[in-house]
Each structure stands twice: as structure tokens, then as C-alpha cells.
Design a protein. Structure first.
Length: 284
């Protein structure tokens, strides 16, 4: 791997559009940094695939970002991919600074007052040894209520196509999984905190907040990932120099799925124009 410079972009990828929630946080914290985002929508969902498949896709995307875009740091903006593949990526590219995404188990354990915390994530995440280690390390005094939400990430992914945002299906899935978890609220024995263990779920935050009530804290990891990215860039002396005041850092978004879906998501959630988006032909 060639030595990166501060002018090189940050690479970010996810199984689909969920990682755009992480890109939002990165843009807020590091507005001077150019970013290259890959949505592997053509091979989604990762959360219901085996580890070997996820590792193969993650390695292919990392190789693409290094060879075609000379990235200086990689953010694995997917809880499932982090759980299944980040160790594999570190072994393949030991010199590449890597930032993963994990459910906010430690912050939830520190924050809860009732001692009961709900966690929603993909089946791939909740079934991983990495996730179980997180629970064991940071939350032995907490009662964890964990729910795998089959289909929810896919419904949010599909929501970019529908004029109504596919809200009915998203609401139905959220309601089903929240009801299975049990009672939420500030009272003793109730869950006062909900961990959003998939980057897609951030885009369903208003629905989830309505279902659990206003006194329940919803935690995601976008801000923490942005802070860790900033720390690693500073440590490696790879922060981009501030551009002139009138200039914004370049954003390029790629997909292995349907281009209009990524364009709609980029406009809806990031305010980016359609010409920022392309198909990653080398990865399809």
C-alpha cells in the first residue's frame, strides 16, 4: 500500500444506504475531508448472510477503494461487516487505519438508570462473538433485551424508492420488534435505553422514538465513529488542510445496486445532488 497523504479521501462502506447515517456524522465533524462512499446494495443484506460471504465482499470493497481511490483511512460503516470482517481486513491491510462500527453497548450500560437496556440489530450482529464479548465486557450489571430484526434494514433500504418512504412496512416491523422486547419507560424493570445496533435503523429513529416513548434514550454510534476517525487521522498526521471558505470537500457515492435508489437516498438524507452518485462497475 502506498503512503497516503492528507489530501487523500476517507473511504466508507456499508451493505447499503445505512452507512449514510455515519457519513452524516463524519461530514458534521470533519467538513474538510473528502469522502468516497460505497453502498453494496447489490449484495445486501449482510445481516442475513454468512461470515465468509461478508468477509469476501468487505475485502473486495476495500481493495477497490485502495486501488481506485487511494483512500487514507477506511470506515466500516456496518455493524454486521465490523463483527464478521474487520479482523480479516486488518490482517490483509495492516497499514491501513480502520474504524469499525459496533452497537453502543458501553454508553448504554453507563447511561441506563433502570438497569434494563433494549438492543435491536441484525441477526448477523447479535449472533457474532464480537457482540457477545461487548455484552460481557461492558454490561454485566445490566439486563440486556436483545432482538434480531429480520427485514428491517431491507425495508429501510427499499424506502428510498417509495413516495411515502415505505413508512407503513417500516412502522409495522418496528412495532413488532419493539413489542417483543417488552416494556419501555423510566419505571423500575422497564427499558429506559434502546441501542440502535444497525446503521440503517438511525433512519427509523422517529418511528422508534414514538413506539418507546419520549423518556427512552436512543443510542447510535455515528458521532463516536466520527470522533475516532478524527483521532486516527490526527495521530497519523493525515487530516486534510482546511479549504478556502467557499469550498466544500468532495463527496463521491457509489453503489453496486440501482443508481436511482442511491441518488434518492443521498438527496433525502444528505442533500447531495444526483451527479455525486455512480455505479461501482468494478464491484458489481
Amino acid at each position: 500500500m502506498q503512503t497516503a497523504s492528507g489530501m487523500a479521501p476517507i473511504g466508507i462502506f456499508d451493505s447499503g444506504i445505512g452507512g449514510l447515517s455515519v457519513l452524516q456524522a463524519l461530514r458534521a465533524a470533519l467538513p474538510h475531508e473528502p469522502c468516497i462512499y460505497v453502498a453494496d446494495s447489490g449484495h445486501a443484506p449482510y445481516g442475513e448472510r454468512g461470515d465468509a460471504f461478508v468477509q469476501q465482499r468487505c475485502a473486495a470493497i476495500t481493495d477497490y477503494l485502495l486501488k481506485h481511490h487511494a483512500i487514507k483511512l477506511l470506515v466500516v460503516a456496518c455493524n454486521t461487516a465490523t463483527a464478521a470482517a474487520i479482523g480479516h481486513l486488518r490482517a490483509l491491510w495492516p497499514q491501513l487505519p480502520l474504524v469499525g462500527v459496533e452497537p453502543a453497548i458501553k454508553p448504554a450500560a453507563l447511561q441506563t438508570r433502570t438497569g434494563h437496556v433494549g438492543v435491536i440489530a441484525t441477526r448477523g450482529t447479535v449472533g457474532s462473538s464480537r457482540f457477545q464479548n461487548l455484552l460481557h465486557t461492558h454490561g454485566q450489571q445490566v439486563h440486556w433485551h436483545v432482538q434480531a430484526c429480520d427485514g428491517l434494514a431491507q425495508a429501510i433500504e427499499a424506502s428510498t424508492w417509495q413516495a411515502d418512504g415505505n413508512l407503513a412496512e417500516i412502522e409495522a416491523l418496528c412495532a413488532r420488534y419493539i413489542s417483543v422486547l417488552g416494556p419501555f419507560g423510566p419505571n423500575s424493570g422497564h427499558m429506559d435505553t434502546l441501542v440502535l445496533g444497525c446503521t440503517h435503523y438511525v433512519f427509523a429513529r422517529p418511528v422508534l422514538q414514538r413506539l418507546v416513548g419520549p423518556h427512552v434514550h436512543l443510542l447510535d454510534t455515528g458521532k463516536a465513529v466520527a470522533q475516532q476517525t478524527q483521532r486516527l487521522l490526527l495521530q497519523s498526521q493525515l487530516l486534510a488542510p482546511p479549504p478556502p471558505a467557499t469550498t466544500t470537500a468532495a463527496m463521491q457515492l457509489f453503489t453496486t445496486g440501482q443508481l436511482p435508489a442511491l441518488q434518492a437516498a443521498a438527496q433525502r438524507w444528505l442533500g447531495l445532488p444526483a451527479n455525486c452518485c455512480s455505479v461501482a462497475q468494478a464491484l458489481v
